[in-house]
Each structure stands twice: as structure tokens, then as C-alpha cells.
Design a protein around this ligand. Structure first.
Ligand code: SF4
Length: 337
């Protein structure tokens, strides 16, 4: 069972901005819940870990953070996220529209102006089809019109945009309509890429919606051009198998997850970074010891006849773990997204 792991990072997360969507492909659990914890305490904690990493020369560990699950932050939190990103050497100029509450008229205008004044240069939007198909995938009537109206308002004010397009059996037939609609929105498109759903969270229920090798190999040029960077690695399960076997003997690279909220902040603040890290690492090693290694998963659960398309090797690992749980009725822990 199991296999060794190499810990390559620690990701701190704070759920402070509940999500207003109910996407059928969502990877995150409990997106409507939010903690009442002050952002300032979370910010201090991230700084403390960054100081610890520098003081101990832990170049092997990447400290990262996530404040979510949506980016519907109030302006103070938005500035705070900007400060933390700057400390990591990153910028914070693009705001994700996923999960944004509905605002209209003057309220939407002032929301946008306030963010632009705070240094936000543009938006990232995800589309699963267009019109009602997108609305159904995202769990909110009128969402396609809402998201495109924000992109339009931003474009008219000189803001840029990034677009992700989910390809599925029922979004493909309307992709020309979607691309036509997006191309009529003013403003610079910094990037536009297409990808299948991750195999994670709720999206695991929609395997019948996955595109297949045949569909992938006969995509029109307009869509094929949207296969970019790491998002362009579209392989079927049968195509992933030899690649997964090649790295089966290597330790899994994992990022420790530390979710911060009202329930644990006092305890976390009272511990040293060394203690927290050691505790999370041990917990993670124990979890992985209870899981089959990749070679075992591959041998027992991979389907060499499955031609459905996945983007990441971790998608397959999660899928095989699900088959393992089903086959053994085991409570084996989940592989994080
Ligand atoms: S916007 Fe993102 S976090 Fe919210 S439900 Fe959709 S996928 Fe999940």
C-alpha cells in the first residue's frame, strides 16, 4: 500500500468569500460557507510561514495561499490579498468572476470602478457553453448574460480579460455561438483556452459528458487553437496509462493543506511553524500510507479501453481511487484537487 511522498509545499487557505454559483463541475466542497475570521489574522499567519521558510532556508517548500472560494472580496480583503501576493513576488491584477454575487446598475458600476481604482486590470471568466447551457452548468439563471455584461463593461473601460472554455459533449455543439458572442465583446483578450472538466468534486458525476479521443481528434481549427500550455494536454485514460506507469515508482509530490478558520486559528497561532508543519506532514504521510500506490492503482483500476479525455494525471489518480473505494468499500482518504 501507499508509497512515499515528497512534500513540496504548504498551502494556507481562508474561506471568507462564499460563492454565489452552484457549478455542477465544482471541485471545491462547501462553497457557500464562509468563516467570520478577520483577514488580518490570516495575513499575519501567511507572513509568519514566509518568515519561517526564509529563516530555515526551506527552498524545497513553496508557501502559497488561497482566499476564496470566490473572489467576491470586500475592498479591504482585496487589498490584503494584493499585499500577500506581492510578498510572494506575484501580482494581483486579474479578478475571477466565478461565484460573484449578482449586482446591477449603479451597484455594479461602483463595484467595478472601485476594483479598477485598486489596481485590478481585468477579469477571468469561465464558460461552459453559452446562454442556458452555461447557466445550467453554473447553477444560476441569467449567469451567461451577467458574466458577459461585466466583461463588456470592463472592456469599455480598457480592462483586459482571460477566458476559460469548458469542452463537454453538450457544450461543443454551441461553441461557435459562444466564440462569436465572446468575439463581439470589446477589449483585449489576454488569453482564451479550452479544457475538459477536471475529474474532481462534483464534476466526477459527469463522466458521460467527457469528450472522447474521436471528438478531440476532429475538433474544428477554431477550437483546436484553444489547446494551450498545460491545458492542452488532452489524453484519454488509455493514453495516460503508459505515462502514469513510467512515474509509478517515484514518490508522489504533495502540497500540505492548512485550512484556517475560527475553529482552529487560536490553536494554530499558539503553535510554532515547525510544529504545525510537522503535524500536517505526519497527517499527510499517514493518509498516503492508507492509499494504494500509483502502480497498484494502475494495475488494478486503469481501463485500457477508456477513450474519454482528461487533462491531468491527478484526474486519473482520483478516478482510480474512486474505483478502489467502490471495489473495497474502504474509507481511503481523498487525493486533494
Ligand atoms: S464558481 Fe468556482 S468555487 Fe464557485 S461553485 Fe463554481 S466552480 Fe465552484
Amino acid at each position: 500500500m501507499g508509497g512515499d511522498i515528497v512534500v513540496s509545499g504548504l498551502a494556507l487557505s481562508l474561506r471568507v468569500a462564499p460563492c454565489a454559483h452552484i457549478c455542477r463541475y465544482c471541485s471545491i466542497e462547501g462553497t457557500r460557507r464562509a468563516t467570520g475570521l478577520e483577514f488580518a489574522r490570516f495575513e499575519l499567519l501567511v507572513h509568519r510561514f514566509l518568515d519561517w521558510k526564509a529563516a530555515h532556508g526551506r527552498d524545497d517548500i513553496e508557501i502559497s495561499f488561497f482566499v476564496g472560494p470566490s473572489f467576491d472580496y470586500d475592498i479591504d480583503i482585496l487589498r490584503g490579498v494584493g499585499r500577500l501576493r506581492a510578498r510572494l513576488g506575484w501580482t494581483f491584477r486579474i479578478l475571477n468572476l466565478g461565484g460573484l454575487r449578482t449586482r446591477n446598475g449603479a451597484g455594479l458600476e461602483s463595484w467595478l470602478q472601485e476594483r479598477q481604482a485598486a489596481g485590478i486590470e481585468g477579469f477571468h471568466a469561465s464558460f461552459a457553453g453559452c446562454g442556458e447551457i452555461h447557466d445550467r452548468w453554473n447553477g444560476r439563471a441569467g449567469d451567461f448574460a451577467y458574466q458577459t455584461s461585466i466583461l463588456r463593461m470592463g472592456g469599455e473601460r480598457g480592462m483586459v480579460r482571460h477566458e476559460r472554455i469548458f469542452l463537454a459533449q453538450n457544450t461543443l455543439p454551441v461553441i461557435d455561438r459562444l466564440l462569436d458572442a465572446l468575439e463581439h465583446i470589446p477589449g483585449e483578450v489576454r488569453d482564451r483556452y479550452a479544457c475538459p472538466f477536471f475529474y474532481s468534486g462534483l464534476a466526477r458525476r459527469h463522466e458521460s459528458e467527457r469528450i472522447t479521443e474521436d471528438i478531440r481528434d476532429t475538433l474544428p481549427e477554431r477550437v483546436r487553437k484553444l489547446r494551450l500550455w498545460k491545458f492542452g494536454e488532452w489524453r484519454s485514460e488509455r493514453e495516460w496509462i503508459p505515462l502514469m506507469k513510467e512515474k509509478a515508482g517515484l514518490p508522489r509530490k504533495v502540497t500540505l493543506e492548512l485550512n484556517i478558520g475560527e475553529a482552529n486559528i487560536d490553536r494554530i497561532e499558539a503553535l510554532s511553524c515547525d510544529e504545525i508543519f510537522a503535524e500536517k506532514e505526519q497527517e499527510c504521510r499517514e493518509n498516503y500510507r492508507r492509499m494504494p500506490g500509483i502502480d497498484e492503482l494502475c494495475t488494478r483500476y486503469a481501463d485500457p479501453n477508456d477513450r474519454r479525455i482528461y487533462m491531468l494525471d491527478s484526474d486519473l489518480e482520483r478516478k482510480w481511487m474512486d474505483r478502489h473505494r467502490l471495489a473495497t468499500s474502504s474509507g481511503a482518504p481523498s487525493i486533494s484537487s
